[in-house]
Design a binder for this molecule. Structure first.
Ligand SMILES: [Zn+2]
Length: 260
């Protein structure tokens, strides 16, 4: 922007002086947005690729050997699923700019985030995979969070949660064994059911993002919300995101020439 143009009305048609519109890098300014959108598209692509990459790794934890046995144990599969919930929850909280601090000191922020994710993306009314599970839908958010903490910190099953025991079984566990645990009132947590539920949860998240992208052209508030949301996710990705590196990229990265 030339100096003489700074005090003229912005070329975007907002009737605001250019220095307070384009000059302030407002996403509402069509001229600035036209420049910003290229950077935004790259950030968005990086986030989507990152999620895709994680989905691949989560899916690989359900690989089977030639005897049709899972290579990984049920607890390790569950821990990976719970870690995936954490990643998705962090991303969605960044995107929506939620801090979920709340007033209750009894629940940690992490627990509130977990329950928010459960409500939004695992709820029976929204998540059809969850609705079709045989056992998982019998476990509520508090119980699932309870066993999640025990698994990731102790490889445990949390003992009793509000009088209920949770038993980990796989889809290969014989029905007669599962039935015995059901008759004593135990809840059953099956890794495959949790994984299928999470795959549906990602679809719900993607649908939300894609609908925002589609409607952002018509609604400037939504456009600002979406672009800022993706930027917050991207900053988190830059700070902590781990990416797979091909040997051919190594030299570029070492020389800090890699651009995302
Ligand atoms: Zn403008």
């Amino acid at each position: 922007m030339k100096g003489s143009d700074r005090n003229k009305p912005c070329k975007c048609g907002s009737k605001i002086k250019a220095k307070y519109c384009y000059g302030k890098q407002l996403l509402e300014c069509d001229v600035f947005f036209a420049e910003e959108v290229k950077r935004h598209d790259k950030r968005e692509e990086a986030i989507f690729n990152y999620i895709e990459d994680i989905v691949r790794e989560v899916a690989s934890s359900f690989f089977q050997n030639d005897k049709k046995q899972y290579v990984l144990g049920a607890r390790a599969q569950l821990i990976i699923c719970f870690s995936f919930i954490d990643v998705l929850t962090n991303l969605i909280c960044k995107y929506e700019n939620l801090d979920l601090k709340g007033s209750s000191k009894k629940k940690s922020m992490h627990e509130r985030q977990f329950k928010y994710f459960f409500q939004e993306f695992i709820d029976k009314k929204k998540n059809t995979a969850f609705k079709n599970t045989k056992f998982l839908q019998g476990i509520n958010a508090a119980q699932l969070y309870h066993i999640r903490c025990s698994l990731v910190h102790w490889f445990g099953n949390g003992g009793l949660c509000k009088g209920k025991q949770i038993t980990i079984a796989t889809d290969r566990t014989p029905n007669k064994i599962i039935d015995q645990f059901l008759t004593i009132g135990s809840l059953i947590l099956m890794p495959l059911e949790l994984k299928e539920t999470l795959i549906n949860a990602i679809e719900l998240i993607m649908n939300r993002l894609l609908s925002n992208i589609e409607n952002a052209n018509k609604d400037k508030n939504l456009r600002v919300h979406h672009v800022r949301g993706i930027d917050r996710c991207y900053q988190k990705f830059l700070e902590e995101g781990a990416i797979s590196i091909k040997e051919s990229d190594l030299q570029k990265i070492i020389l800090h020439k890699q651009e995302i």
